[in-house]
Design a protein around this ligand. Structure first.
Ligand SMILES: Cc1cc2nc3c(=O)[nH]c(=O)nc-3n(C[C@H](O)[C@H](O)[C@H](O)COP(=O)(O)OP(=O)(O)OC[C@H]3O[C@@H](n4cnc5c(N)ncnc54)[C@H](O)[C@@H]3O)c2cc1C
Ligand code: SF4
Ligand code: SF4
Ligand code: SF4
Length: 396
């Protein structure tokens, strides 16, 4: 049975839960709301399937050793770009899937803006998946739903973080599923923040502005453009723009522990197609994104990806380019965690959201030192590792 002796070894993909024939595993939240598998030893028969299916390691299945093609992409309809995070590549592809009786899985909302993966069969349902949600999305029973769809011969597109895509791929392989009709799309991933911090921040903003949010955007490009980053909320029919959540995001202080050792921060992708923001688009064509509405970076990682990309060629403007122009930081290494990540978690557990929001408001001195001197980063990580392991053992 799978034993997680250090939380950084589990990305929360749910492959183990989905594969367990005895339903002995459930996902349980840690202090920041990140879900981890917990095994009911009375139900477990020690079959070993959960350990075998775990793909959060260097040996995850890759679509090809080298990215086949690299593109800068913008949807031909500017309204689609305005409603999407970058150049609306996701909408272009999933329009094709839905127009061909397929289903789309992506990150949407349940309850009151809790970020969860959902299944869409119409464009209206799919539209909820547009836009980046800077929170780890809860997968629930998504993997088994995808498996059922494939069994029924349905065309399926699954989109998510690379660790979610790798987990799904591994689960489907264990089920010996026919994946001919499955298109996998992953994003380039900077790290996923805490569900509880997002929940508490939303509650804090609502209290402050005396009303319930009826809309949220983690990165609102309507007023300030694609390059800038601020979150916004619609409360009492007014838009409120803030940057506290964004600030904590870029401090790398509320990411899941596994993001520190992410195995997917490279160009060996587990998906058929990778989508991202095209930072450095100016090197391709300085006029392509003159309006700062956004441009997608697209990697075609397999022949299947190439076939789907060709199907949507008429709805997007594309420029073929070189990988060297697209190599942003998270395609080279994982995000460097804030040295106070553990302190943040402990403070949050003891004193709550408002306390940590105030205390961790600025980029710390140690963090800057770590970025400048890798040796200091190594020492701080080693100390942090020891603290994390101790606390993890105590929790169990
Ligand atoms: C946590 C996170 C980290 C990111 N880090 C980077 C980065 O380092 N570099 C970069 O270039 N871009 C990053 N992005 C942005 C991402 O690359 C864009 O969403 C992508 O460019 C898609 O743009 P689009 O216009 O084609 O799609 P959109 O129409 O905006 O669609 C958004 C897509 O992202 C998926 N998605 C949104 N939120 C989540 C979530 N929480 N978990 C899983 N999937 C989600 C949806 O399912 C959908 O497929 C990140 C996004 C997220 C959510
Ligand atoms: S060892 Fe087998 S039965 Fe036990 S939790 Fe893992 S998958 Fe389930
Ligand atoms: S990474 Fe996925 S499969 Fe591995 S232990 Fe965590 S939830 Fe289970
Ligand atoms: S950074 Fe890596 S481990 Fe973290 S959510 Fe993204 S893909 Fe998963």
């Amino acid at each position: 049975m799978i034993i997680i002796d250090n939380p950084q070894n589990c990305c929360g993909c749910t492959a183990c839960v989905s594969v367990c024939p005895r339903k002995a595993i459930t996902m349980q939240p840690d202090a920041l709301g990140f879900l981890y598998p917990q095994i009911d030893k009375d139900l477990c028969t020690n079959c070993g399937l959960c350990e075998k299916v775990c793909a959060f390691n260097e040996n995850y299945e890759k679509s090809s050793d080298n990215i086949l093609d690299v593109y800068a992409v913008r949807h031909k309809d500017i309204k689609e770009i305005e409603k999407s995070r970058s150049g609306a590549m996701f909408v272009a592809i999933t329009d094709y899937i839905l127009e061909n009786n397929g289903v789309v899985y992506g990150a949407g909302y349940s309850d009151h803006f809790r970020v969860t993966h959902k299944r869409a069969v119409t464009k209206t349902e799919r539209d909820e998946f547009r836009g980046s949600k800077y929170v780890q999305s809860e997968l629930g029973s998504t993997f088994t739903k995808v498996y059922k769809d494939l069994k029924n011969g349905t065309l399926v597109c699954f989109s998510g973080t690379p660790c979610q895509v790798a987990g799904l791929r591994s689960f489907l392989k264990a089920q010996k599923a026919n994946t001919e009709k499955l298109l996998l799309i992953d994003i380039v991933c900077h790290g996923t923040p805490s569900p509880y911090i997002w929940r508490d921040y939303l509650a804090y903003i609502e209290k402050k502005h005396k009303g319930k949010a009826t809309g949220v955007s983690f990165r609102d490009k309507e007023d300030i453009g694609w390059t800038a980053h601020k979150e916004s909320f619609i409360i009492n029919n007014h838009k409120i723009t803030t940057d506290t959540y964004t600030d904590l995001f870029y401090k790398h202080i509320m990411f899941r522990h596994s993001c520190k050792v992410c195995h997917f921060a490279n160009t060996s992708r587990p998906s058929n197609i990778t989508i991202a923001d095209f930072w450095g688009w100016q090197n391709v064509d300085k006029d392509f994104n003159k309006d700062d509405k956004g441009v997608s970076l697209v990697f075609i990682n397999s022949l299947k990806g190439k076939r789907f990309f060709e199907k949507v060629a008429t709805s997007v403007n594309t420029i073929k380019t070189k990988l060297q122009y697209a190599l942003q930081p998270n395609l080279q290494s994982p995000s460097i965690p804030n040295p106070r990540r553990m302190e943040f978690e402990i403070d949050y557990t003891r004193k709550g959201f408002i306390y940590v929001a105030k205390k961790y408001g600025n980029i710390g001195f140690i963090c800057r030192l770590m970025q400048k001197y890798p040796i200091i980063a190594k020492i701080v990580w080693n100390v942090n590792d020891r603290i994390i392991k101790k606390l993890w053992k105590r929790r169990k």
